[in-house]
Design a protein around this ligand. Structure first.
Ligand code: ATP
Ligand code: MG
Length: 383
């Protein structure tokens, strides 16, 4: 059931309704997309590159000479094997590694950051392979997005991965993921850096929130209790219940169900088939499992924002709280891709707070952090 991952990933990345969006050239790996985003790529100076190394996916944004921004989007995983002729270690990453080597593929950022030396080494191997195979320019200014997690070791390891890579020979800087992700949601340039607003990042291992005042982060908040990974686990459990125990799916399949079918506006029941151990196939229909999990996720997210994050913000910075709630709240991260989630978040949060709040997201919230980081890098070169 997981072999469709490739096609689905591409689909997810191309779903933008921007008619100017074009397919990447053929030499570019199939997980790579070209997005039509404004950028000034000076042909001879350093190139501004945006990077997000996430626990599920890594996204890199690079301007092309045409002015478009090329997006490399890949699962953050690798598998190695020894070349039978040379004996040399070969590295595979992304969908290819996950599909061809399910027995030994490693998702080294499962917890969100490279926690220890081993995982830092694996992350370097992964990142350098992605850079090499996609010709990411070495003469570059790199801005990378960092999660709002108090984990000094993990953040230091992440920094080492980027600093010690071939790219970013001019400069390497980091900015918070929820700020980078808000940039493409708030305009075509860097408007977000001049505003006062709240950003909520809906990732695989964390729900993060912060207020931003002209780029300054206030009241950073993170919880590992409301996550995309937890939704996947809930879906897997729900499927077992919904099929009276006849169907067991792994969390990768659950994630694929979520990414392909979750929809707060018009969810359609779907069918899938499993091969039974004794031979023969069993077809089943999923009606509730996916959206029950997504509804639970959204209720929990709204609860954390309304009853944990916002009260603390109001307590510490009442003026900023008032100004920020008069602006749309920006939703970023992969879970914000679910159709209708922005309006539904807005409704449920307004109800919980007993006042009207608005919410917005970029066209592709899962790519937002790297697109925003790339714009910051572009600005740094300009200065
Ligand atoms: N189109 C989609 N529909 C539904 N869910 C999606 C979609 N795209 C990505 N996701 C989900 O979003 C989550 C990944 O989000 P994101 O890439 O922002 O996380 P991350 O930065 O890797 O994680 P974290 O910051 O928590 O470490 C995963 O749970 C993934 O399944
Ligand atoms: Mg993240």
């Amino acid at each position: 059931m997981s072999e469709e991952a490739d096609a689905d990933d591409d689909e997810a990345a191309t779903e933008s309704e921007d008619p100017a969006e074009t397919e990447a050239e053929e030499r570019v790996e199939e997980e790579t997309e070209t997005q039509d985003v404004e950028a000034d790529a000076a042909s001879d100076g350093p190139v501004p590159v945006g990077v997000k190394l996430g626990s599920t996916r890594t996204v890199i944004a690079i301007p092309e000479e045409s002015g478009d921004v090329r997006i490399i989007r890949t699962l953050t995983c690798l598998a190695t094997y020894d070349d039978p002729l040379t004996g040399e270690e070969q590295v595979l990453y992304g969908e290819e590694a996950a599909t061809q080597y399910p027995d030994r593929v490693q998702f080294m950022l499962r917890s969100g950051l490279p926690e220890d030396d081993d995982r830092a080494e694996l992350t370097k191997k992964f990142f350098n392979t992605v850079l090499e195979e996609n010709d990411v320019p070495e003469d570059s200014v790199v801005v990378y997005a960092i999660p709002t997690i108090e984990n000094e070791r993990g953040l230091d390891n992440l920094e080492a991965v980027i600093q010690e890579s071939a790219i970013g020979q001019r400069t390497v800087e980091s900015y918070p993921e929820s700020l980078c992700g808000a940039i493409p949601a708030m305009g075509d340039g860097l408007e977000a850096i001049g505003e006062i607003f709240v950003s909520v990042n809906m990732g695989s291992t964390n729900l993060e929130a912060a207020a931003y005042r002209r780029g300054e982060q206030l009241n950073p908040f993170a919880t590992g209790a409301v996550t995309g990974n937890e939704v996947d686990r809930m879906i897997a459990n729900n499927v077992e219940g919904e099929t009276q125990g006849r169907v067991n799916i792994d969390t990768t399949t659950a994630r694929e169900y979520k990414e392909q079918h979750a929809d707060f506006v018009d969810f359609e029941p779907f069918t899938d088939i499993i091969q039974q151990p004794g031979g023969g196939a069993h077809e089943f229909t999923i009606e509730r499992s996916v959206m029950d999990a997504c509804n639970q996720y959204l209720d929990d997210a709204v609860d954390e924002i309304a009853n944990s994050f916002l009260p603390e913000l109001a307590n510490d910075h009442i003026k900023v709280y008032q100004l920020a709630l008069d602006q749309p709240i920006v939703l970023t991260g992969g879970m914000a891709c679910i159709p209708g989630i922005v309006d539904e978040f807005e409704n449920r949060l307004s109800e919980e707070l007993n006042r009207d709040v608005e919410a917005v997201a970029a066209d592709n919230p899962d790519l937002g952090a790297s697109v925003g980081a790339q714009r910051i890098a572009d600005h740094l070169i300009g200065n």
